[in-house]
Ligand binder design. Structure first.
Ligand SMILES: Nc1ncnc2c1ncn2[C@@H]1O[C@H](COP(=O)(O)OP(=O)(O)OP(=O)(O)O)[C@@H](O)[C@H]1O
Ligand SMILES: [Mg+2]
Length: 157
């Protein structure tokens, strides 16, 4: 066993960069859960990484940390593009992959979700163009050796 990765307290107040190795799926979910535990209303999490990097897995953990009753229902929102789950705060999970242009995000109600005071997790965030809030937590996931992932977390203000 290895220690579960947890979001460091000193990093929670909106500045800096932090890197962590995620050896397996459980670690990705544990990182997400620790973010869900401390998430405040209006948190925007931008999840960057190639297909299969682990973005949705991290959101599953985050849903658990937010108290969503069945985090297993958090699946890739590729076809619905924006899904809502209910925990201690509303959780919106979006997938920008298939957005043809940023305005489609507005048509989907993305702007309203951002204004809702919930927590928003966005896969392929750069597809939102100018509609991605400047202030967000950016998590980049890349394939590491031995089948795991390397996560880089960075606050953007
Ligand atoms: N740290 C990890 N180490 C190894 N495998 C992992 C890790 N985290 C997640 N996975 C696995 O990676 C696979 C893809 O995960 P996931 O669906 O979350 O990726 P994604 O980035 O959302 O992909 P997509 O871009 O297709 O939406 C899953 O099989 C999951 O179990
Ligand atoms: Mg996904």
């Amino acid at each position: 066993m290895y220690p579960k990765p947890t979001f460091p307290d000193h990093f929670a107040d909106g500045a800096g960069q932090w890197e962590v190795h995620l050896p397996d799926l459980t670690a990705t979910q544990a990182l997400g859960e620790s973010i869900g535990n401390i998430a405040k209303p209006g948190l925007v999490v931008a999840l960057v990484g190639e297909l299969g990097a682990g973005k949705t897995s991290l959101v599953q953990g985050l849903a658990k940390g937010l108290g969503v009753p069945d985090p297993g229902q958090v699946t890739s929102p590729t076809f619905t593009l924006l899904m809502e789950h209910h925990g201690r705060l509303p959780l919106y999970h979006a997938d920008g992959y298939r957005l043809k242009n940023p305005w489609e995000w507005v048509d989907l109600g993305g702007d309203e979700a951002l204004a809702s005071g919930g927590v928003i997790c966005i896969e392929w965030p750069d597809k939102l163009g100018q509609f991605l809030p400047e202030k967000h937590l950016r998590i980049s996931l890349i394939h590491a050796g031995c089948g795991g992932r390397q996560a880089t977390l960075q606050w953007h203000n």
